[in-house]
Write a protein that binds this ligand. Structure first.
Ligand code: ADP
Ligand code: MG
Length: 548
């Protein structure tokens, strides 16, 4: 059996060592904008009246050990996953068949679907779609079995933390290698930070490269945005206008520096200007010419700060509008429709957002002979690649008695959810994004009992992934608290795809498909939820090890 990497990891710190490490992390974070705007729970509105303050993002003091083979597997699968979701988003009929019963009971999905129908009726004027994706995984180690990789979810909208995760990898690398990899000042000596030939205090079976692998999330994501920007083609406006990308953001966004890392790189590497558009300003700062003036429906952006210079929007990059609570103005849905019907390339379209529903992820796990969706959507791939991808699925069940789920599925899902004995190994997920929406374990049966049975089909039931129990780390929270203990990590792999969907075809023509960059989020092992922005997790990076 492999040596337990955590038997003496992370290394113990004396109080002087901890002070030094924490000070270094605090200062490095502010120096390199590994920062967030503080929540009012940390700094009250009275103190931060002008919203000028920023603080370190919650980060772990050490990178977390991660098995190299699982990391490689996640990376190898990313482009296949990109292609899978491009294919799903292009197949309106399949999407409608799967989501139909949810649309009947879920207003949010129903409103999104209505937007698709309205634009379809008028005629789409943009056949390109951009996806900036993040596939999230945990290690699964039931009964201390060797770790395998299981997908938590696949994100098709607002996949965040590419910007900050690059900086965490740089921070941990700095801590492990300054002033030299042999004798870093911030970290006590440990086999994981040493070259394999130098130290064997963890036993002979662990091999590492001593610091986190480089993280290319920012360049991967901005190359995706640039590919879409360039594919947009010449201005469709009369007269022609200079092009720009819009970052659609929440009005009170705290994770702004993650987004700035992308917009700054977009300009520095690709010379593409971008602007931040808060969702409340969509209808006042953008316009589409009337059909009579210009049937191509270019999206015109007028920066409030320089109204005399107008731009044509090539790409709308959504870092907002994934949750019902964000549609809180009377005009919110009209604003979403306005963007969808424009000629700007959407990242994502309504159809791609819907493709990321938990329901879709559950339906994909159905096995032949009932259905082989992977074979259907990825016909060009070897069976071995499809079975590799399928191996990352955790068991998931429908709670519905209609639609694509077979009777046996329905009975199984409902039975597993209602019995406290089996419910304790499961999580119940609604069709929502952004954290804090799931129901866990023994809370599932009473929760289901509290809502009408007709509503159950809004949820899917998923078996809980069983991460390693011995993992430990120390986190510096945004309020300066240092917390240590047993932890659970979630790996995200970033990928991008740009594709064209032709009228009447359900197959995407993929123009750009890349993988690159990762996010590791680490939370206390007694926390079910995992979001960083939601306050549960800290940003982390990884240190790869392999069993020899
Ligand atoms: P969201 O869209 O809200 O991010 P997720 O499916 O990612 O929804 O669930 C939120 C969190 O719940 C995850 O980050 C993870 O910590 C936990 N979680 C979700 N599914 C599972 C699972 N099958 N096993 C263990 N933990 C899970
Ligand atoms: Mg998630």
């Amino acid at each position: 059996m492999a040596v337990n990497v955590y038997s003496n990891y992370p290394p113990e710190l004396t109080s002087d060592q901890e002070d030094f490490l924490v000070q270094t992390v605090k200062n490095w974070s502010v120096e390199h904008a590994l920062t967030v705007r503080p929540s009012t729970a940390i700094v009250s509105q009275e103190i931060n009246t002008n919203n000028v303050l920023a603080t370190n993002a919650p980060v772990t003091l050490f990178p977390s050990p991660f098995p190299k083979a699982c990391f490689q597997q996640a990376r190898c699968l990313q482009q296949v996953y990109n292609e899978l979701y491009a294919a799903i988003a292009s197949d309106q009929e399949w999407l409608e068949a799967v989501l139909k019963e949810l649309i009947e009971v879920d207003d949010f999905l129903a409103n999104l679907w209505k937007i698709h129908l309205a634009v379809k009726e008028e005629g789409y004027v943009q056949d390109l779609t951009l996806g900036l994706f993040r596939s999230d995984y945990m290690l699964h180690t039931p009964d201390d079995a060797p770790p395998s990789l299981k997908q938590v979810e696949f994100n098709t909208i607002s996949s965040s933390f590419g910007g900050l995760s690059v900086k965490v990898a740089q921070l941990h690398t700095h801590l492990a290698t300054y002033p030299s990899a042999k004798q870093p000042v911030a970290y006590p000596p440990h086999a994981l930070f040493a070259r394999p030939d130098k130290d064997s205090s963890n036993g002979p079976s662990i091999n590492t490269i001593g610091h986190p692998p480089p993280n290319s999330a920012v360049s991967t994501l901005t190359a995706g945005l640039a590919a879409a920007h360039n594919a947009y083609g010449p201005s469709k406006s009369i007269p022609q206008l200079p092009p720009c990308i819009l970052f659609l953001v929440q009005d009170n966004e705290r994770n702004v520096f993650d987004q700035y890392a992308l917009s700054t790189n977009l300009y520095e590497e690709h010379r593409i200007p971008s602007f931040r558009l808060p969702t409340s300003k969509i209808l006042t700062s953008t316009s589409i010419p009337s059909k009579e003036t210009n049937p191509n429906r270019p999206l015109i952006y007028t920066p409030p700060s320089s109204p005399e210079t107008q731009y044509e929007v090539t790409v709308v990059y959504f870092r907002a509008l994934y949750a019902p609570s964000e549609y809180d103005l009377p005009t919110s849905w009209a604003a979403r429709l306005h963007l969808e019907r424009s000629a700007a390339i959407k990242c994502p379209t309504v159809l791609l957002q819907l493709s990321g529903s938990k329901k879709i992820q559950q339906v994909l796990t159905s096995l032949p002979p009932e259905a082989d969706h992977l074979q259907h959507f990825l016909p060009g791939h070897d069976a071995s690649i499809l079975s590799n991808l399928r191996s990352t699925f955790a068991p998931q069940y429908s709670l519905s008695s209609e639609g694509t789920a077979s009777d046996s599925d329905e009975i199984q899902g409902v039975r597993l959810a209602l019995s406290p004995t089996t419910a304790q190994h499961h999580v119940l997920k609604p069709q929502r994004e952004g954290g804090g929406n799931n129901i866990y374990r023994t809370n599932i049966p009473p929760f289901l009992a509290s809502i009408p049975r007709s509503q159950w089909k809004q949820y899917i039931l998923m078996e809980l992934i069983q991460p390693p129990t011995s993992a430990k780390n120390v986190a510096l929270r945004s309020d300066g608290q240092v917390v240590r203990g047993n932890v659970i990590s979630e790996l995200g792999i970033f990928g991008t795809a740009l594709w064209k969907t032709s009228t009447g075809s359900s197959k995407p023509d993929i123009l750009h498909n890349t993988e690159g960059g990762y996010l590791l989020r680490t939370k206390a092992n007694d926390s079910d939820e995992g979001g960083v922005a939601a306050g549960f997790s800290s940003l982390d990076s990884l240190i790869l090890y392999e069993d020899l």
